[in-house]
Write a protein that binds this ligand. Structure first.
Ligand code: SF4
Ligand code: FES
Length: 232
């Protein structure tokens, strides 16, 4: 099919500010957004920059905004949007080049909530045993691929770059509610802060943006209850 694509370009060595560039060409009906970007990069303009790696919705590299919605380029067919596409980088992050944004602040927030198992109790002889119910409590939250689509879609994050944001808070949930973990108190102190979980106003943009369909706001609500219980 014939498609028309506008891409927000920004090359810091020569552009004062981002600007739109139009491309028109024919591509297979089943093509994905990533196929479109590859076609541009390999055939029309080799200077276009974008992130991608696994091409399987696993690495989280290729999140970007297409016609106003955050998607993973590698899993999104173009027919979802029709023949006219507007592709731009994720909102709320500074642009390094074209569709590549600076995710350092995103990962710095993740580090703040200590995204690893903290164990104070004696280690078992073999592995920790979890019941099915204990695993189900955190199961969906472990599916996060750290694509940043949720944090980029969050209106509470846009005016306040210090807010931890949905992805870091979801990771906090994942460990605070893990039956094997002993670090809940220190993590709850971090999220029970003016830039923590209380900045979430349950707007649901994060849920809509998440390519893994994780019920982020539900888990953040459980975090709020836990934070209150812990401070009583
Ligand atoms: S919660 Fe979903 S949208 Fe947010 S970083 Fe993880 S996978 Fe991406
Ligand atoms: S390229 Fe890895 S998630 Fe899209």
């Amino acid at each position: 099919m014939d498609i028309s694509i506008k891409i927000l370009r920004y090359q810091p060595e020569k552009d004062e500010k981002p600007h739109w560039q139009l491309f028109k060409f024919a591509i297979e009906d089943e093509a994905t957004i990533l196929d479109v970007l590859n076609e541009i990069h390999w055939v029309h303009d080799g200077t276009l920059s974008y992130r991608r790696s696994c091409r399987s919705s696993i690495c989280g590299s290729c999140a970007m905004k297409v016609n106003g919605r955050n998607v993973l380029a590698c899993e999104t067919p173009i027919h979802r949007f029709g023949t006219r596409l507007k592709i731009e980088p994720l909102s709320g992050f500074s642009i390094i080049k074209d569709l590549v944004v600076d995710l350092e602040p995103f990962f710095a927030k993740l580090k703040r909530i200590k995204p690893y198992l903290i164990v104070d109790k004696p280690l078992p002889d073999k592995e920790f045993v979890q019941s099915t119910a204990e695993l189900e409590t955190i199961g969906e939250s472990t599916l996060c691929i750290l694509c940043a689509a949720c944090s980029a879609a969050c209106p509470s994050s846009w005016p306040n770059q210090e807010y931890l944001g949905p992805a870091a808070l979801l990771k906090a949930y994942r460990f605070i509610f893990d039956s094997r973990d002993d670090g809940s108190d220190e993590r709850l102190e971090i999220i029970n802060d003016k830039n923590g979980v209380w900045r979430c106003h349950t707007i649901f943009n994060c849920v809509e943006a998440c390519p893994k369909k994780i019920k982020i706001t539900e888990y953040l609500s459980r975090l709020k209850v836990k934070a209150v219980e812990n401070s009583l």
